[in-house]
Design a protein around this ligand. Structure first.
Ligand code: NAD
Ligand code: UDP
Length: 318
């Protein structure tokens, strides 16, 4: 049984890392997919293999402008996700989250589509509650360099819930924790791609701060399955729901794992910690387990192996 058979599904940010994997899976699930992207961080390379599929359509468009299309479901993923990219033009980042949400919610309201927002663990900021459950309101700097992203995503969640209360819109909010895998941008500065690329090139591995800060890494296939299950969940389940892998690692542990797995000669170098870098992060996924029967299946070692293979190929081609 194909879960999205015959449905018209819009994926904003569909040429990005997560969006392109989601487009692949939706096509497998029988959907008619419309990918909207302005190619700020996304790339045609990510969707090359599906470009000639008759059930796939690509539209170059910036979600900060209104969009008039007819669809049944919307996954709103458009937004740069790595600190380097979202801090490059912070005003545009906030606009993408806030104006983008208003435009996509307006579209959903007009065509009565169900809509899912790609929110983030960054709504918890530098959390003082650990692990983070959905009830935690977070600890976010309002005016720092990460705020354009964190506050933009928080405001988008507010808009989703107001559209639900005010217009009875069918909404879903996923709080995504650090996700990695093939098609991450090799230069986007996120830790998994940085460490793998540095290790494969034999360059120094840049550990920010003392490397004792923690993150929990989810493999992309698990995350995309979470999106599909959330979208298909009953209408009275709105979220917000944490999606992520609860396995928690320090950046030093990650660096050493990557060096071992790549048999690299790279050495660690310690560089200053960026401002407001969260000290710890791990999702409490009890809600996702209970409501979606979802939990990640791919352990870090296996996910890293697949991601290393991907970057190895990419680096050899360039
Ligand atoms: P990405 O940068 O690879 O993808 C984002 C996509 O959105 C890109 O294709 C980009 O070109 C597009 N985009 C950006 N601004 C746009 C605009 N104004 N109009 C149209 N398209 C625009 O990042 P990703 O990792 O695939 O993240 C996808 C979504 O998931 C984002 O909303 C991000 O905030 C969220 N998220 C990701 C992670 C993660 O670890 N990957 C964690 C938390 C949340
Ligand atoms: N980090 C690091 N070296 C790098 C890139 C990142 O030590 O080359 C650290 C960063 O300081 C943070 C963690 O890795 O503590 C995750 O960073 P990333 O940018 O991937 O995600 P986020 O901070 O948004 O969770």
């Amino acid at each position: 049984m194909k879960r999205f058979g015959g449905q018209r599904v819009l994926v904003t940010g569909g040429a990005g890392f997560l969006g392109s994997h989601l487009c692949d899976r939706l096509l497998d699930e029988g959907a008619d997919v419309l990918c909207v992207d302005n190619f700020f961080t996304g790339s045609k390379k990510n969707i090359l293999s599906i470009m000639d599929n008759s059930y796939f359509e690509l539209l170059r468009h910036d979600v900060t402008f209104p969009l008039y299309v007819e669809v049944d479901k919307i996954f709103n993923l458009a937004c740069p996700a790595s600190p380097i990219h979202y801090q490059y033009d912070p005003v545009q980042t906030t606009k993408t989250s806030v104006h983008g949400a208003i435009n996509m919610l307006g579209l959903a309201k007009r065509v009565r589509a169900k809509i899912m927002q790609a929110s983030t663990s960054e709504v918890y900021g530098d959390p003082q509650v650990h692990p983070q459950p959905e009830q935690y309101w977070g600890h976010v700097n309002i005016i720092g360099p990460r705020s354009c992203y964190d506050e933009g995503k928080r405001c988008a969640e507010t808009l989703f819930f107001d559209y639900h209360r005010q217009h009875r819109l069918r909404i879903k909010v996923a709080r995504i924790f650090n996700t990695y895998g093939p098609r991450m941008h090799p230069n986007d500065g996120r830790v998994v791609s940085n460490f793998i690329v540095q290790a494969l090139r034999g360059e120094p591995i840049t550990v920010y701060g003392d490397g004792l800060q923690t993150r929990s890494f989810c493999y992309v296939d698990d995350m995309v399955e979470g999106f599909l299950q959330l979208m298909q969940s009953p209408d009275d389940f709105l979220g917000p729901v944490n999606l992520g892998n609860p396995g928690e690692f320090t950046m030093l542990e990650l660096a050493n794992k990557v060096i071992d797995m790549t048999h690299s000669v790279s050495k660690l170098v310690f560089v200053p910690l960026p401002t407001d870098d969260p000290r710890q992060r791990r999702p409490d996924i009890s809600l996702a387990k209970e409501k979606l029967r979802w939990e990640p299946r791919i352990a870090l070692d296996e996910g890293l192996r697949r991601t290393i293979d991907y970057f190895d190929t990419v680096l050899r081609e360039n």
